[in-house]
Design a protein around this ligand. Sequence first.
Ligand SMILES: [Zn+2]
Length: 237
Amino acid sequence: MATELLFRDDAYLKSASARIVAVGERGIELDRTIFYPLGGGQAGDTGALLRENGERIPIADTRKGDAIDSVLHVPAPAMQRPEPGETVALEIDWERRYKLMRLHTALHVMSCVIVAPVTGGNISPDKARLDFDIDMSLLDAEKIERETNALIARGVETETVWITDEELDARPELVKTMSVQPPRGAGRVRLLRIPGIDLQPCGGTHVRNIAEIGGIRVLKIRSEGRRNRRVEIALAS
Ligand SMILES: [Zn+2]
């Protein structure tokens, strides 16, 4: 069943309460959640569910379920499973998530410095990468770092915009990522807009103001196949 995705409207929620609707082999489903499930290259959240009896159920990962907007909270192995109907307090590992948000938003900014089709990407708490279909000679780590940091220094607010599937079909130039097409079927698609910098479909969690990224360092650039040049970054601090 669908879970109300609280992080979609407010990525800064660190806690919330929710009701358990199902407990299965693959994870625990809630009526609402602040846990982001692995997707769009961004790692799933970790944290804990706190039962009314005081017991703490550590959540080791968060994944998408089979239905649209369904979310599976994966408990750490050998934990006592809660019962459907129970109310639990949700807590995400905020320090980890905030790093993911900063790195994720940094990739949006960097994708406007390196103008080429994006063939893949990944965001983990300590580093992130984008793969581009581009000639190696066009990638200069020092230049990418300087130009990305100059855009970050503009300190603009990010915005979430929703458009219909039809509007997106009419504007294919919005989709930079060849490997990940935006999810369709829900009738509408979520876009992240960084005014004057970037606009693209994205369901991930972002910082409110790009100044929160602080700055990035390019860790390495390497070839990962004929059409893949991988640019890996970390937060500057
Ligand atoms: Zn995004």
